[in-house]
Design a protein around this ligand. Structure first.
Ligand code: ZN
Length: 415
């Protein structure tokens, strides 16, 4: 009797050890009511007509003939006021009305713009730029509407130089590809085309590593075109991982960081409010994978895992909303109870008490990237939301600090 008991306890110990070394499996919840699901099959979208509006009565030109523009129509309503119409690519659509256009005049004058949104309300404070690179927020004395109004009304001081007016800074796919190329000059960074968008633009992934590629951190951004503050924080975050700090050098020897900074190039370049060129919110396509952009990322990551017997240890998807917050898995759903997200949040907030992130548990059912990480990759992930109006200098500093803190946490968790 003694020998079998020993064998049984040995088998039991092996099973216990095995189960501890395996990530916890959390499948997608079963579909009991399909009306709770978001259909992510492609739909028709409306393309804006690209044109330059010229109003000889007042000597003013307004154009949407550039990448990232959105202005569907424009009429003169009196000798100093233009009324613009801003439509989404299709609807229903999230309340994130993007607008961007360029104005110039044959003389110095003040012009009032009234923007009317179809299927939306005012959200983004107008940003102005003379060169398309440096942006300032409109002066509060020139803005005559508040968030959630159905229209926006503001005054612009025109002279002979063209001025860009936009919901947020215009940061196109092309600019992102150039950023990737610049970073990829470093010996430890490579970039790959992992697929193509609906309109044939490359979906680029960067790999930052000096490791054996078995431990992965995955970073996404720009599923939603207007979410510029999140994109900016991602840039600072990634540049810190690619930087020369002691922590970064140590981290790269242990981890591989896969970055897909531009998930929705078609939406970004066509000035969409939310969707890709298939008329779909990409961040609802992480369960059924009907769109090429999400499918490309999934295939790339799964192939990496299989080829090297690798594991994704954490995922971050950068976005923007009204305030700074982390959408987290519910505490009870954290695989293995690691709770990396709360550790990260607390350590960032310690350094930025004036601009803290709020934790928002958001369940495990939504068809979003965070839940794909959880259900298919069996790993913890967050939606990292940066406020629409968060100070851009803070964003830069906080992205750096968040990056250093996460590297330290992951190095400690996975020695
Ligand atoms: Zn978003």
């Amino acid at each position: 009797m003694k020998a079998p008991r020993k064998i049984m306890s040995l088998i039991f110990s092996i099973l216990v050890l095995y189960s501890f070394s395996q990530p916890v499996q959390i499948p997608w919840p079963e579909v009991t009511d399909s009306s709770n699901l978001v259909d992510t099959r492609s739909q028709e979208i409306n393309y804006q007509v690209k044109r330059t509006f010229f109003f000889p009565e007042i000597g003013v030109n307004v154009s949407n003939e550039f990448t990232g523009a959105r202005l569907n129509d424009l009429i003169l309503i009196n000798d100093s006021t233009l009324s613009g119409f801003i439509y989404p690519e299709n609807h229903p659509v999230n309340m994130s009305p993007w607008y961007a256009f360029r104005v110039w005049s044959d003389s110095t004058k003040d012009i009032y713009f009234k923007l009317q949104y179809a299927h939306g309300r005012h959200r983004y404070l107008p940003k102005l730029s003379r060169d398309g690179i440096n942006w300032i927020q409109i002066d509060s004395t020139d803005l005559f509407s508040t968030v959630d109004d159905t229209t926006t009304f503001f005054r612009i001081h025109l002279n002979y130089d063209a001025i860009w007016i936009s919901a947020q800074e215009i940061l196109t796919s092309d600019l992102t590809y150039r950023w990737i190329d610049r970073l990829s000059r470093k010996t430890f960074i490579t970039s790959n085309i992992i697929g193509y968008s609906t309109l044939g633009k490359p979906i680029m992934a960067m790999s930052i590593t000096e490791s054996d590629g078995k431990n992965l951190l995955v970073i996404l951004s720009r599923q939603h075109p207007p979410e510029i503050p999140g994109f900016k924080e991602m840039i600072s975050f990634v540049e810190t991982i690619a930087g020369n700090s002691k922590t970064a050098r140590k981290f790269r020897k242990r981890f591989e960081v896969v970055v897909v900074p531009m998930m929705n190039p078609d939406g970004v370049d066509n000035g969409h409010w939310r969707h890709n060129a298939g008329g779909v919110d990409l961040n609802r396509d992480w369960r059924f994978f009907n769109q090429p952009e999400t499918t490309a990322l999934r295939k790339f990551i799964l192939a990496k895992i299989q080829k090297r017997n690798a594991r994704v240890h954490y995922g971050i998807d950068f976005h923007s909303t009204q305030t700074d917050l982390f959408y987290l898995p519910d505490e009870k759903d954290l695989p293995g109870g690691e709770g990396i997200s709360m550790k990260l949040l607390n350590s960032i907030n310690k350094s930025f008490p004036e601009n803290p992130f709020t934790p928002e548990p958001s369940g495990i059912e939504g068809q979003i990237s965070k839940n794909w990480f959880l259900h298919e990759l069996k790993t913890e992930a967050i939606t990292y939301e940066v406020g629409d109006n968060t100070d851009r200098e803070i964003i830069k500093k906080r992205g750096k600090e968040a990056s250093l803190q996460l590297m330290k946490i992951l190095l400690k968790e996975y020695k």
